[in-house]
Design a protein around this ligand. Structure first.
Ligand code: C5P
Length: 232
């Protein structure tokens, strides 16, 4: 299983994103484009970043009826990104429809992963607001298993859950994990965090790192430190 560090480019405009990426002269990091950037800069930025030689995780977290998700995935498939995602909460039929929509005529498709429970949801919110009276960890595992049954390639989860997901769904089932922080860094709004070396030990396949790189004084040096600690 190839491991990589994905840099979350959570910028509000194409200009700010290019200004950031231009700092990387000798490496081409795997880049995550989220809703903020996609909604402000559109599909063009995906094409441009791809043209510059980066791999792309398009983090749009689709969640709708199966037919709508299928058709939307078919459009995203044309952007030639490397990873797309959706919410496992949309159900197995929706996830199967997404795989169909994403698959191109020649049988190829980007990797497709599912968000299980957002890391902003805790046990109390899940029970009191969503009326799911189960253990949060069990819900995450069930959603991961549903994603596997639907034919997806993996899940987005906390690095602390990566080992258990592999136990339940197999070593080949990808775990893509945000929530990466160094002990000497600011955790910000993330709750369940760990550092790159520990994430590697627990079994994350890809780590998604935003502010520890994007807000660093020297983003390239920070990126290289993360890569060294995660990949070796
Ligand atoms: O800046 P930071 O390292 O916290 O960025 C983490 C990235 O991962 C952000 O782009 C955030 O949207 C994303 N993410 C997350 N938790 C999830 C899913 C995605 O932090 N459950």
């Amino acid at each position: 299983m190839s491991k990589d560090v994905i840099v979350a480019c959570d910028f509000s405009s194409a200009e700010k994103t290019y200004e950031f990426l231009d700092k990387f002269t000798d490496v081409k990091p795997f880049v995550k484009i989220g809703m903020e950037l996609f909604y402000s800069a559109g599909p063009e930025i995906v094409k441009e970043i791809k043209k510059r030689g980066h791999k792309i995780f398009l983090d749009l977290k689709l969640h709708d009826i199966p037919n709508t998700v299928k058709k939307s995935m078919s459009v995203l498939s044309g952007l030639d990104v490397d990873i797309c995602n959706l919410h496992a909460a949309g159900g197995i039929d929706m996830m199967k429809a997404a795989v169909e929509g994403l698959t191109r005529e020649d049988g190829t498709r980007p990797l497709l992963i599912a968000v299980t429970q957002l890391t902003s949801i805790n046990q109390e919110k899940m029970e009191n607001e969503l009326l799911i009276e189960k253990n949060l960890a069990d819900v995450v595992m069930q959603y991961a298993y549903n994603a596997k049954i639907a034919g997806l390639d993996g899940v987005v989860c906390s690095p602390l859950e990566a080992g258990k997901v592999h136990e339940k769904c197999g070593d080949e089932f990808l775990t893509v994990t945000p929530g990466i922080r160094y002990a000497d860094g600011n955790i910000g709004d993330q709750q369940r965090v760990t550092d790159p070396a520990k994430a590697r030990e627990i079994g994350s396949d890809y780590i998604v790192v935003g502010r520890p790189i994007t807000a660093a004084e020297d983003p390239v040096a920070s990126y290289k430190r993360v890569v060294k600690d995660f990949i070796g």
